[in-house]
Design a protein around this ligand. Structure first.
Ligand code: C2G
Length: 138
């Protein structure tokens, strides 16, 4: 049984997230996803439109995902890898090199991001729409 883990915020769940999870699962038999809590995101300087509970529920519904845990701090990765018997750590290549320290404990794989989509762009589009609605429709 080969266990894979990945970490992320997964706000406004989109095809880039799904592509990553699909490829991560193909690297093993079990995929664990550690989802950033709202508090941890605040620490990352990220505001999310979806609360933690919703992001967890969405990920639990993805057929490639076998387990969902909380990501509450940067420092939990080594403990998680050891505690959960993780064989492969996977994340998008926007983090290239940032988690090489985990190579002492498991395989580290950086996967190419999906182009032309991001939670940040989706958030901006929603905010523009809401502003237009306020200006012209309300
Ligand atoms: N991703 C992707 N393609 C995109 C957007 C995101 O492959 N177009 C990947 C990211 O590379 C990441 C995962 O989807 O592996 C989740 O992305 P985010 O929710 O933006 O995660 P992030 O804020 O980078 O948090 O400790 C690690 C952090 O929690 C990672």
């Amino acid at each position: 049984m080969k266990t894979v883990i990945t970490y992320g915020t997964f706000d406004l769940f989109h095809i880039g997230h799904l592509n990553l999870l699909k490829r991560a699962k193909s690297l093993g038999d079990k995929l664990i996803v550690a989802v950033s809590t709202d508090e941890f995101n605040a620490g990352k300087g990220k505001t999310t439109l979806m609360p933690f509970e919703h992001r967890v529920e969405l990920l639990r519904s993805v057929r490639f995902v076998d387990e969902v845990i909380a990501e509450t701090c940067w420092e939990q990765k080594i403990t998680d890898v050891q505690r959960l018997g993780v064989d492969v750590f996977v994340i998008g290549d926007d983090w290239q090199g940032k988690f090489d320290f985990l190579q002492e404990f498991c395989e580290v794989v950086y996967l190419p991001r999906t182009d032309n989509i991001s939670s940040t762009d989706l958030k901006k589009a929603i905010q523009v729409f809401m502003q237009l609605k306020r200006d012209f429709l309300d």
